[in-house]
Design a protein around this ligand. Structure first.
Ligand code: ADP
Ligand code: MG
Length: 245
């Protein structure tokens, strides 16, 4: 593990009952690296990134995040979740809270941040994702793209050092995809370490340092985007790309 490795996954295996969902996964992620994971539905992409912040438990192998190994030890889980933000396909905002309240909830309750400071910080992040004018509305009053940007701002309020995205644009109408990808691109440019499950191959080409292709619970191929797209090594990758590009 080199000094700037922030995530180190070694021979990770996971089963759902008898179903072997993740098979011998090895992955190192460096500080500031941008990784895109793609692959067919059911290949284990969500399960893999959910293991990284322990939304799922693994049975074999090791996952070390910023020097802390993910085990049953709850203290380690809490430590890691402090540093790892996650954005899901559905926006998972609390519908009965305003956007601003959605953002200040965790900082004030989990971090015991004073209300005023939390509000100021939340407004700053809402401005960064260009929806500060929507702060006092409820999620249902916002477009899908605005809700997803609010969800990104909410994750950023916990001051994460790593961001995990699980198909953040796949529930959005086409005209809203770009505004969310633009925010993710800005975050990448600021140096955030990011793992993004997405089939937005334009984003992968321009933002990713490495593209990973998963199929049937395995990492089949990983390469910088220029190699991945022009010269995929494996038939399964070629087939997948021919279907989505
Ligand atoms: P992807 O994100 O690549 O579409 P997932 O990680 O969601 O794939 O799922 C991988 C496989 O594991 C799928 O076959 C899915 O049906 C199965 N799976 C996902 N979650 C569970 C669960 N909680 N229990 C049992 N099987 C699951
Ligand atoms: Mg998924």
């Amino acid at each position: 593990m080199t000094q700037d490795t922030v995530i180190e996954i070694h021979d990770l295996n996971k089963w759902y009952g008898h179903f072997h969902v993740l098979k011998h996964i090895n992955l190192s992620v460096h500080q500031g690296e941008r990784i895109v994971i793609c692959g067919p539905s059911g290949s284990g992409k969500s399960t893999l990134i959910r293991c990284i912040n322990r939304l799922e438990e693994h049975q074999q192998g090791t996952i070390v995040v910023e020097g802390t190994e993910l085990t049953r030890d709850l203290k380690n889980v809490t430590d890691i979740r402090k540093n790892v933000g996650m954005v899901f396909q559905g926006f998972n905002l609390f519908p009965h809270l305003t956007i601003l309240e959605n953002l200040t909830l965790a900082p004030t309750w989990v971090r015991q941040m004073p209300e005023k400071k939390a509000k100021k910080m939340a407004m700053d992040f809402l401005a960064r994702v260009h929806i500060d004018s929507q702060a006092h509305k409820y999620p249902g009053q916002l477009s899908g793209g605005q809700q997803q940007r609010a969800a990104i701002a909410r994750a950023l309020c916990m001051n994460p050092r790593i961001m995990l995205f699980d198909e953040p644009t796949s529930a959005l109408d086409p005209e809203m995809i770009k505004e969310v990808l633009d925010v993710m691109t800005e975050l990448a440019e600021e140096g955030m370490t990011m793992i993004c499950v997405t089939h937005e191959m334009g984003f992968a080409r321009t933002v990713a340092d490495r593209v990973i292709f998963m199929d049937a619970g395995e990492i089949i191929e990983e390469a910088p985007p220029q190699d991945f797209f022009t010269n995929p090594t494996f038939d399964r990758t070629q087939l997948f790309l021919s279907q989505i590009l």
